[in-house]
Write a protein that binds this ligand. Structure first.
Ligand code: TRP
Ligand code: ZN
Length: 468
């Protein structure tokens, strides 16, 4: 799902019209010929990650049904992707890493398919017309194999002794479901997760109904009704203690901790509630239906901003990291990047949120944090790495975080607090549930301040040297 608010009604109307056209006749709405079907591209067009995501369609919904047995580490899955073709499709790809695929159907008719690396190519029995809505159902099973990058550690669906730790940024969704695995295509998700009785399944959004148990297995249903990037999808499984309620501001709040981190449960619950409400006053209304967090005992040493349920890997989270992951719900999750090179729009903003939280608490001003960073010697590595162009082989470099945050502080000083905080709110409001680029942010900053800011952004985001 790729949309901005202005386009929604128009796109919905067009989809409606096209969906009514007979499937095998030329569509008068766009005048193309039925024979105009070709293979969808194997990548979505992010040149830094050429095989990530796919071309030729736009996902409208994911329905993921998995049955997972921690003892054998075996996952049996049926994922149904509903999409709209953006060209006539003779075939198209999904991203899927590992597993045996036993069957694929398109619009309920058996389709042929082939595998090549992480690309699953599906050839429907009848080609799909441009503009047509179609459903592809993939049945698969096997032992999930998480991925590891040189600077990232392990990510994806990571089996643990009692379940799984699922944190998939940037492209590990394909380790547990077939996907258009790139943040440029978002969609709502439904999850049906079956686990041995006694294991808890925690996915994004809110639980639908009560879990049902039969034959020693429990099935949980979760729904994330707002558009979500694939890397933010989770099905974290294991033994958990839960605390549920609402934030003081009234947002449903769910905290969960592995028994080893039981002492973190109340702090996680309370701080997540406080920070969700606090960021709503700074960034504008909370974009999703619930908030919270999960602490699992997998010693990742990092956290991921999984939508509605940030996941903390093997440590007792403090306020700073909770502030960071919850700020991502606005910057990164509601507003998604279109290309990975713009990652500072996620990490710079979330890191600046940590500075803002310390300032709000009175422990350290953002100006002090900025000075500390700016005072690093000209030879410090962050000055060699321009954060405005995250490198595919070192996406999560410290510069993307802290020099990205410093960019925002330099901007705040240039435009003044009133304009800066109005800008943060307008940025979040204008692109709610949508996609953003660095150029769009610079344009809005210039428009709202009435200032020419290209030199500031160039020095902070794009030059391989310490800004003056
Ligand atoms: N985005 C995470 C953060 O909040 C860091 C991160 C990147 C990550 N890739 C990950 C976490 C993979 C877990 C798994 O800074
Ligand atoms: Zn982050």
């Amino acid at each position: 799902m790729r949309y901005n608010q202005r386009g929604v009604a128009l796109v919905a109307a067009l989809v409606g019209i096209l969906a009514c056209a007979p499937a095998d006749e030329p569509s008068p709405a766009n005048g193309h010929q039925v024979s105009d079907h070709r293979a969808g591209a194997p990548g979505i067009g992010d040149t830094d990650f050429p095989k990530d995501g796919n071309g030729g369609y736009d996902v409208g919904h994911y329905a993921i049904a998995i049955d997972y047995t921690p003892a054998g580490r075996r996952l049996v899955g049926v994922t149904t992707v509903t999409a709209t073709a953006t060209q006539g499709l003779s075939s198209f790809n999904l991203d899927l890493a590992g597993f045996d695929v036993s069957a694929v159907t398109v619009n309920n008719a058996p389709a042929t398919f082939s595998r090549n690396g992480d690309e699953l190519t599906v050839r429907p029995a009848r080609p799909v017309d441009n503009g047509a809505r179609f459903t592809v159902k993939v049945s698969y099973s096997g032992v999930p194999t998480p991925r590891s990058g040189t600077t990232l550690g392990t990510y994806g669906f990571i089996p643990t002794p009692d379940g799984a730790f699922v944190a998939a940024e940037p492209n590990g969704a394909k380790t547990w479901f077939p996907a258009n695995d790139h943040p440029a295509d978002k969609a709502p998700f439904d999850f049906t997760i079956t686990v041995p009785a006694g294991v808890t399944a925690l996915a994004n959004g809110e639980m639908v109904g009560q879990p049902t148990t039969a034959g020693g297995k429990t099935t949980y249903r979760w729904r994330e009704r707002y558009p979500m990037a694939t890397y933010l999808a989770t099905a974290t499984l294991g033994k958990f203690d839960l605390r549920q309620g609402r934030t003081p501001g009234g947002i449903p709040n769910l905290a969960a901790t592995d028994p080893r981190f039981r002492s973190a449960l109340d702090g996680l619950y309370t701080t997540s509630g406080t920070l969700t409400d606090h960021w709503a006053t700074v960034f504008g209304p909370y974009p999703f239906g619930s908030t919270g967090g999960v602490v699992d005992d997998f010693a990742a040493g990092y956290a991921l901003e999984n939508q509605t349920k940030p996941l903390y890997g093997g440590f007792h989270p403090g306020e700073n990291i909770i502030a960071h992951e919850l700020a991502h719900q606005w910057f990164g999750n509601s507003l998604s990047i279109t290309r990975w090179k713009d990652l500072w729009l996620n990490e710079g903003f979330a890191t600046y949120a940590e500075w803002l939280w310390a300032e709000h608490k009175g422990t350290r001003t953002a100006e002090a944090a900025f000075r500390e960073l700016h005072n690093r010697p000209a030879t410090a590595p962050i000055w060699k790495y321009p954060p405005g162009r995250a490198r595919p082989d070192d996406l999560f470099n410290q510069s993307v975080y802290s020099r990205g945050a410093a960019t925002l502080h330099a901007l705040r000083k240039a435009v003044g607090d009133q304009t800066f905080f109005a800008l943060l709110k307008k940025w979040a409001a204008d692109h709610r549930y949508g996609h953003v680029t660095t150029d769009q942010f610079i344009e809005l900053a210039e428009q709202m301040s009435g200032k020419e800011l290209s030199a500031l952004f160039d020095a902070w985001l794009f030059q391989p040297r310490r800004p003056a």
